[in-house]
Design a protein around this ligand. Structure first.
Ligand code: NAX
Length: 336
């Protein structure tokens, strides 16, 4: 199908927006499918989005049909097939969690409603703006006529970070690493799990044991280095770079949508995506939780039936409890 797809990017005038727009227009996200871009901003972000649109024009991308900038969600989501919800209210100094959730409910509630009212029937949305999982829950709750699985949140960056750590430790290529999983919330409680992962067909656990000399050393590296480093990588990037992850976040967003729309080759194994639980692994229904997943292009499917040992289960449950607490806090605001 060569008909242009409408892609809406919220917060398009921000950092991640700037990194996303050019890659989408270049064809990195949807192959050779032409695109129409709709950029949603708030008034103070409009000039920045306009500047990006000027630069898009200067790229003369063959696949880019047109660009429209607006501060009206109804206009931005009109005919939208792919919604990238990037703009959100970040946590300010001294801001309580309830204030943060309330501010974001004021963004993602109306955007979810506008998606339901104006987007294409086949719309798929991914929330990047934090707290991403709960923002996706709010958007989905505000669009009850849209199948819940069309609202996802981004944990692909965490997934890619985990793969990156393994490639460095094992001297391996990213393409040789399969079946890593991110479980839970896109926050410091997430559980990056390599129990089922392989490197060039061999269990990652075996490769780590060989590299580090013993199974105990491999487990210690996973517990003390790998898991906290992946879970806190965002903070590490801020410390080193002086600013939060931008290009890697945009790259993960592109990966997430491309796999969702075009499918993943079975030999690439699974990826990670946060989507509304249907009760998989005992996660309360509706919580937007990260699971390992596959995609054939029609939708993400949670990989079910994986064994989890007690320690893994305990870690996962901490993150799920955090998601449930966020949901309860939002419900207490009367939003759900
Ligand atoms: P920026 O502050 O550079 O950009 C955000 C943009 O959103 C601004 O231009 C702002 O005007 C706009 N905006 C705010 N409210 C809006 C609304 N109601 N409608 C439309 N636009 C609105 O932040 P940036 O670095 O681009 O990060 C964007 C979000 O991504 C943040 O919430 C950040 O926490 C989150 N991240 C999520 C990641 C993930 O893996 N899920 C990783 C990277 C990033 O930290």
């Amino acid at each position: 199908d060569r008909a242009p797809l409408t892609v809406t990017i919220t917060g398009a005038g921000g950092q991640i927006g700037y990194a996303l727009l050019f890659r989408i227009a270049a064809g990195d996200m949807l192959g050779d499918r032409p695109v129409r871009l709709r950029l949603l901003e708030i008034p103070q972000g409009m000039r920045s989005a306009e500047g990006a649109a000027l630069e898009l024009q200067d790229c003369a991308f063959p696949l880019l049909r047109d660009v429209e900038i607006t501060d009206d969600p109804g206009t931005a989501f009109d005919g939208c097939s792919i919604a990238l919800l990037v703009g959100s209210r970040p946590r300010g100094p001294g801001m309580e969690r309830a204030d943060l959730l309330a501010a974001n409910a004021g963004i993602f509630g109306p955007q979810g409603a506008a998606i339901q009212a104006h987007a294409a029937d086949d719309v798929r949305a991914v929330v990047v703006g934090n707290p991403a999982n709960t923002n996706a829950l709010i958007a989905a709750a505000s669009a009850p006529d849209i199948p819940a699985g069309r609202f996802t949140a981004l944990t692909r960056l965490d997934h890619n970070r985990a793969v990156g750590q393994l490639t460095a430790m094992l001297d391996a290529e990213a393409a040789d690493i399969r079946d890593v999983a991110i479980w839970g919330n896109h926050s410091a409680t997430q559980f990056p799990d390599v129990a089922h992962a392989t490197v060039a067909g061999r269990p990652v656990m075996d490769a780590l044991t060989e590299r580090l000399g013993s199974e105990g050393a491999a487990t210690a590296w996973l517990d003390e280095d790998f898991v906290p480093r992946v879970a806190r990588r965002g903070a590490e990037i801020i410390e080193v770079r002086g600013s939060s992850s931008v290009a890697s976040a945009a790259n993960a967003t592109i990966d997430h949508v491309r796999d969702w729309m075009l499918g993943r080759a079975p030999e690439d194994g699974w990826t990670s995506v946060a989507l509304p639980s249907q009760g998989e692994y005992g996660v309360p229904e509706g919580l937007v939780c990260s699971f390992p997943a596959t995609s054939d292009g029609s939708g993400y499917r949670v990989v079910e039936g994986l064994a989890m040992d007690e320690r893994a289960r305990a870690r996962f449950e901490v993150s799920v409890a955090e998601l449930a607490a966020e949901r309860d806090a939002v419900a207490a605001l009367g939003v759900l």
